[in-house]
Ligand binder design. Structure first.
Ligand code: AHG
Ligand code: MN
Ligand code: MN
Length: 340
């Protein structure tokens, strides 16, 4: 079988669909740096990247060494492409404008979670990098600010992730379906291995951190209770449960074999509308799901329609199989309606 490399695929997208050459540069840059991060991950303790860095990020989370190192690598790589006006990251308090003050307007903004699933780093379990590309709304070469990033997910131009698991895979969309590329560790080349991925409409598996059950809102309790009842309950079928504690790994599993992933808001801190971040976790993953025929809501409304108010805004996330996301969303709306 003829192998299609990421480069060949991107060239074909430029030729056949007019994919922007600068966006191709950016995706190529992300692919290249992910290969370097993958090598570091592979080296583990031998690469000196395990353990804590001894600092906290703006969200008050302990930064691991690999969070910091991968963030620095991502920042450098995206600016080196020459097409990014500013980037925003889980590990940076504010967005960072491109260092070059050469009067050239750069067309893109990029948000990323350089290392998703940090708690898995030291135990050799799957982790990843998530990215979301937006247009630079500035018509001149001036430096973008945080406000320029506050665009709904519907405006993403490219989004995806790289999973560092038993294999390293880059999975992304430019708005024409979802494609998966597997890194050939011998050649360093990404090869197309799953084209136009589709999520089955109904699910047999669910992913949620059940240790938070007592804090959940009623509609989530109801939905999960029904799943747990299996064949003996209203659903009339058994479900299996998985929790990797890395959103990248959960989304990857769902894209490969179906299911639903949830990180609901809960009552521990009512001011916090969920754990995951809208701009560099929920938005890119929601777009991938929709592009693969699935759904993504915050329990009430489509995630991609939300207008962000803050760079590090958090959001509740329900994504995956259409039937399941619609059901748990309907339970939230029923509950809200009942309260009026
Ligand atoms: P990050 O490592 O980038 O902070 O993200 C971790 C997130 C997400 O990937 C995962 O789904 C979730 O946190 C795990 O949360 P629990 O600690 O509740 O398992
Ligand atoms: Mn994350
Ligand atoms: Mn992270």
């Amino acid at each position: 079988m003829q192998e299609l490399t990421l480069k060949d695929w991107l060239d074909a997208q430029m030729r056949d669909f007019g994919l922007d050459a600068d966006l191709v540069k950016l995706l190529t840059g992300v692919a290249a740096v992910s290969r370097d991060i993958s090598r570091l991950v592979e080296a583990g303790a031998l690469g000196g990247i395990l353990g804590l860095h001894g600092t906290q990020n703006v969200q008050g989370e302990e930064q691991k060494e690999l969070d910091v190192v991968s963030n620095e690598m991502m920042v450098k790589a995206v600016f080196d492409t020459g097409v990014v006006a500013a980037c925003a990251s889980e590990e940076l308090d504010h967005s960072l404008p491109a260092p070059a003050a050469d009067g050239v307007r750069r067309p893109y903004l990029i948000c990323f979670d350089p290392l998703d699933g940090s708690s898995n780093i030291d135990i050799n379990v799957s982790i990843g990098t998530i990215f979301s590309v937006l247009v630079n709304p500035r018509s001149d070469a001036s430096a973008p600010t945080d406000e320029d990033f506050l665009q709904p997910g519907d405006r993403q131009l490219a989004a995806g992730y790289v999973i560092y698991g038993p294999q390293t895979q880059m999975v992304f969309t430019v708005g024409r379906g979802v494609n998966m590329f597997t890194l050939n560790p011998r050649t360093g080349e990404y090869i197309l291995t799953n084209a136009n991925v589709k999520v089955p409409e109904s699910a047999k598996e669910f992913a949620i951190n059940c240790s938070n059950m007592r804090h959940w809102e009623q509609p989530v309790k109801r939905y999960i209770a029904e799943l747990l009842e299996g064949t003996t309950g209203v659903r009339g079928k058994d479900f299996n449960m998985r929790w990797v504690a890395a959103m990248v790994a959960e989304v990857h599993r769902i894209l490969c074999r179906g299911g639903i992933f949830m990180y609901p808001r809960d009552n521990r801190d009512p001011s916090r509308p969920g754990k995951l971040r809208l701009m560099y976790e929920a938005n890119p993953m929601s777009w991938l799901m929709e592009q693969a025929g699935g759904r993504a809501t915050n329990g009430r409304t489509r995630i991609l329609g939300l207008v962000p108010e803050k760079l590090h805004q958090r959001v509740a996330v329900f994504l995956g199989a259409r039937e399941e996301v619609e059901r748990v969303t309907a339970y939230h709306l029923e509950e809200d309606g009942g309260r009026c």
